[in-house]
Design a binder for this molecule. Sequence first.
Ligand SMILES: O=C(O)CCC(=O)C(=O)O
Length: 470
Amino acid sequence: MAALHWCASGALSLALEAQISHHVEELERQLHSSASASVCKALRASWRELQAGNTGLSGQWTQVALDYSWERLNMGHWEDVSVEWREVYATAALLKALGQARSGEAKRAMEILDRGILLGAPVLDSALHKFASSLTLTMRTDSKASLTGSTGDEKSKSSAKAGKRIVFRNYKPLGGPISEDPVENKKPRVEINVHDLVSRTANVPLVDPQCRVPLVYLPPLDVFRQNYMIPHTPVVISGVLDTWPAYSARKWSLEYLRRVAGPRTVPVEIGSRYTDKEWTQKLMTFSDFIDHHILQQEKSPERGYLAQHLLFQQIPELQEDIKIPDYCCIREGVTGGEVCESGEGGGCEAGDGSEVGERVKINAWFGPAGTVSPLHFDPKHNLLAQVVGRKYVKLYSEDQSLLLYPFTGLLTNTSQVDVESPDLTKYPEFSRAEAREFLLHPGQTLYIPPRCWHYVRSIDISFSVSFWWD
Ligand SMILES: O=C(O)CCC(=O)C(=O)O
């Protein structure tokens, strides 16, 4: 098995050979301090030892760089962390992962790579992403081999330090801790198709037809712009997902998602809603998330939600299953709108490097039945595409803000009111707020205008993809 992982890392090492010295020199020049000189020295020493085949020594040097850059990442506000220190962290993570992979520690290598991807900045021509993709392939081969009895499975050695702070939802308070997932994968795999998991017991609200968001089939781009985007009017569009592999040829099932993303580390929100005091975030593998929070949700003491995560940036293979809706090409201020190259309403390839691909932020929202996103607004246009399961949404236009009791301080874009069970003694004006609602089904896409308040509760196991643009 070690040889197999060495193949994944060997090609990368060759590619890095030409670039790494220059890259570290550049970092040193930009950071320009005695501390950074020592850290860059450690990176160089790590690379030297790795080339000489001394993975143990190399690992010791990278640990120095990882620990120091980790401290820098945790000083002050996340927004103020310099991109160079994030590059140092990513470079150290890459070297550490190379060493781990050469020692046959694929799971550990993947975990380190994902931390580098999540917290670091892109370095060396997306080397961490490339390495992670090739490791996923080799791990898939390994697990097939282990099923046929030719090799044993690796024991996860989850020993990295817990992260101190990370900010995934832009409106969340800074400073919440991330802890490691303590649960190891001990159970035999239960493979269930997510499409069979439509909740039969869920509390499905009756939507008042008077207040229902209108539903239309693929309106032409100029109609979308005139009727919905410019007047900031929500609408549900059907037909957008018809050309998505995630909704057709490679329908997202738990098995499929596990195969593509299983060993990857992802941030998971733990707790009923992000406004609760007990709410926190944990890093865990995608497979563990499926096992403990999707399949065993009733047994889990808390609800887990993989929410507002740039999953498609982290795992480009999943990005191939979705398309950026053509509507995201339209800019409010540009007459006539810009039309995507496809121009047929079918959508653009996500991640094709096009200008649209760069401008649109694509987030994943994957969780069990009962996840709640409290009433809040975001500053951008949003298309929320429902791929799996149903979601109940309630919307309030910006002019209702005074009736919605926003929090003060960091969460001014979030309402204090529990929309489905409002405390009208505390929030009496809320009873006057006018809402629109919809029960979003798989295949439907909800347009949420900028600053439009939205509350979202999943009815079934659900996977949505949101596209934010301006
Ligand atoms: O689906 C959810 O839980 C929330 C989605 C959301 O808030 C968004 O797309 O901005």
